[in-house]
Design a protein around this ligand. Structure first.
Ligand code: ADP
Ligand code: ZN
Length: 610
């Protein structure tokens, strides 16, 4: 068979997928033909198949470098389920297991070998491999080689020698890290200057983005999670202490939640990750330390309890939702106060260049959170992917702000800032506008100002919202280096002079937390359980879904594996939709390959037919 067709055959027979996803085919063909590749693909885009299929089609063993032992084990377990001869070789193996792997490697009985970078580059190991037929080297999470990225691993640096030492073996590097600088650094450090570069789009259409003003966040989070009971979610916080508080709060509400951060010992971290993988934990409340190892395809939501430091981190972290392609929700609880806190932390940095870059990134993050246009367009735009249309699947698209002529209100606010000598912060400006009778107002004689009380008709929240929009649009500047006092910018002058009109968004009346299945969702949206997909199920289908899940859990439990390794949610939902009655029909279902059909087909067919 021609190699091109063989790739399609492997995709169907081994992995059970009828088609390649966008971008996969080109990469697979290029690697099969022996080329080097640098591949940038979003999390959940389907990177693994891009090297697994060429490794199976080309003669010899494919060597996969991966940064975490748990990640390797997961991949190998998954591949073995599909009948692929895969193994790990790392420090977790006992001596006899190692000799066993080496023996089979020598006999050509291993198609995919997952190794740690330090092991691969260890004296003698690469020399030993050099004597064997090798199909390719795949470097997963390749951004770990770069100090610019967020996961730098010194062991990765040595991988630059691969291309020199074994120039004839194709090298493919994979990452989901979008940032330009990191990208260039990875290519140069791995000596992949002549590799073809493949960039898949950054869009994750199944993720629905929400940003909500952060107020009483513990309650907001609880409402969000309670609307999604029985589903898996990750909550990101900025500090270790906070992860513990938040997890405890959820646990108190009867939700199976646990904290995860770098201060926990590795045994505890592994337990949390395992329990999450096995659907025993619903929610992991984590710092950024919870990242690389997450392979779980059915994470249905990601919440940012605190504002992330950059859109890159936000994109990475939200990207862990919905890898299976089913609908997923992400929620950012945003407060400008948090932003200020992060900013002051960033400003304490030692290296002025780094501080400047970090502040710039933080500013972009704030722009996204405070923006009133399509989130997806804003996000993709930041990564250089221009879009013509609004997405229809984010909070601003689904529940667009109402605009009104805010010229008069803006003039009141701006002149109040002016009357206060541009020496006071948001709260004092609001107090004066509303005519508040506070000690500070009396002491400073602000009650004698002409703007005192001219805005009594609006609530604090309404004024805060308006002032924030004025800051966001550049009419006001918040001097963060100086107690965050508000100052006018040149843009304010024509507004004050009455030369221009200003249209602003009305504040949202209620801070609505996006509901889950059965919860109230914004108009025009479908709702989500395992997303809209599950919402469409009638009660009979719901109960079949429950039984299929139970069967999957039992089969997985017998082998000590996470349930999704048998079949993931998307595959189960397709079974419900198609109701296969024969083995041939079951094989048509996305995610059912030859080997899994043999192992589990009868059990599933019986349940579906019952
Ligand atoms: P990444 O490593 O890019 O985050 P994975 O390789 O783990 O993503 O793939 C994410 C999910 O997409 C997996 O559940 C995988 O089974 C699924 N997938 C990948 N390629 C395809 C395809 N061509 N058709 C259907 N599902 C696919
Ligand atoms: Zn949108």
């Amino acid at each position: 068979m021609h190699d091109h067709n063989r790739a399609g055959w492997v995709l169907r027979e081994v992995f059970g997928h009828p088609q390649f996803r966008p971008g996969q085919r080109e990469i697979v063909d290029h690697l099969i033909a022996g080329g080097d590749a640098f591949v940038l693909m979003p999390t959940g885009g389907g990177k693994s198949l891009c090297y697994q299929i060429p490794a199976l089609v080309r003669p010899g063993t494919g060597v996969v470098v991966s940064p975490l032992i748990s990640l390797m084990k997961n991949q190998v377990d998954g591949l073995r389920q599909a009948g692929v001869r895969a193994d790990v070789f790392n420090s977790s193996l006992e001596h006899h297991q190692r000799s066993d792997v080496l023996r089979r490697l020598g006999r050509g009985e291993i198609d995919l070998l997952y190794v740690s970078p330090e092991r691969l580059m260890m004296d003698g190991f690469l020399e030993m491999l050099a004597g064997l037929p090798l199909s390719l080297f795949a470097i997963d999470e390749a951004h770990c080689v770069s100090q610019w990225g967020h996961d730098f691993r010194p062991e990765y640096v040595e991988l630059g020698r691969l291309k020199e030492r074994l120039p004839e073996v194709p090298v493919a590097a994979f990452t989901a890290t979008a940032d330009e600088q990191t990208r260039a650094d990875v290519i140069s450090r791995l000596n992949l200057q002549s590799a073809s570069v493949f960039v898949a789009g950054f869009d994750r259409p199944n993720i629905r983005y929400h940003v909500v003003d952060k107020r009483r966040p513990a309650q907001q989070l609880r409402r969000f999670v309670e609307a999604r009971r029985g589903q898996a979610g990750i909550v990101y916080c900025l500090s270790r202490r906070r992860t513990e508080q938040v997890a405890a709060g959820l646990a108190q509400a009867g939700i199976a939640a646990a904290p995860y951060h770098a201060g926990l010992d590795s045994g505890e971290r592994e337990r949390v990750q395992d329990a999450f993988d096995r659907d025993e934990l619903e929610v992991v409340v984590a710092t950024v330390a919870f990242g690389l190892g997450i392979d779980k395809p059915n994470v249905r939501y990601v919440v940012h309890y605190d504002v992330p430091k950059s859109l890159e981190s936000y994109y990475q972290e939200t990207g862990r939702a919905g890898r299976d392609g089913l609908p997923a929700d992400v929620l950012l609880l945003y407060s400008p106060g948090d932003l200020m806190l992060v900013r002051s932390l960033v400003e304490q940095g030692e290296n002025p260049d780094q501080v400047r870059i970090d502040l710039h990134k933080l500013q972009a993050m704030a722009g996204y959170a405070e923006g009133l246009t399509c989130r997806r367009r804003a996000l993709l735009g930041y990564f250089g992917e221009a879009r013509e249309y609004d997405c229809g699947n984010c909070d601003t698209c689904l529940d667009p702000p109402e605009w009104y002529d805010a010229t008069e209100d803006a003039r009141k606010a701006l002149s109040c800032v002016y009357r206060l000598g541009q020496r006071f912060g948001l709260n004092q400006v609001i107090d004066v506008l509303r005519g508040a009778d506070t000690e500070r107002v009396r002491e400073l004689r602000h009650d004698a100002l002409s703007t005192y009380g001219i805005g009594a008709g609006k609530s604090r929240d309404e004024w805060r919202d308006l002032l924030r929009q004025l800051i966001h649009r550049g009419y006001l500047r918040q001097d963060v280096g100086n107690y965050s006092v508000l100052k006018l910018t040149p843009l304010a002058r024509p507004v004050l002079a009455g030369d221009v009109t200003l249209t602003l968004a009305s504040p949202r009346k209620a801070l609505h937390i996006p509901g889950g299945k059965g919860g109230s969702r914004s108009k025009g949206s479908k709702g989500s359980k395992t997303g809209a997909a599950l919402d469409g199920l009638d009660s009979e289908d719901q109960s079949l879904f429950g039984s299929l899940r139970a069967l999957r859990t039992r089969l997985a439990g017998e082998q000590g594996l996470p349930a999704y390794m048998i079949f993931n949610d998307a595959t189960l939902l397709e079974m419900i939709e198609r109701r296969p009655a024969t083995a041939a029909e079951l094989l048509e279902v996305n995610g059912v390959g030859r080997k899994k059909l043999e192992a589990y087909g009868d059990a599933f067919l019986e349940l579906i037919g019952a």
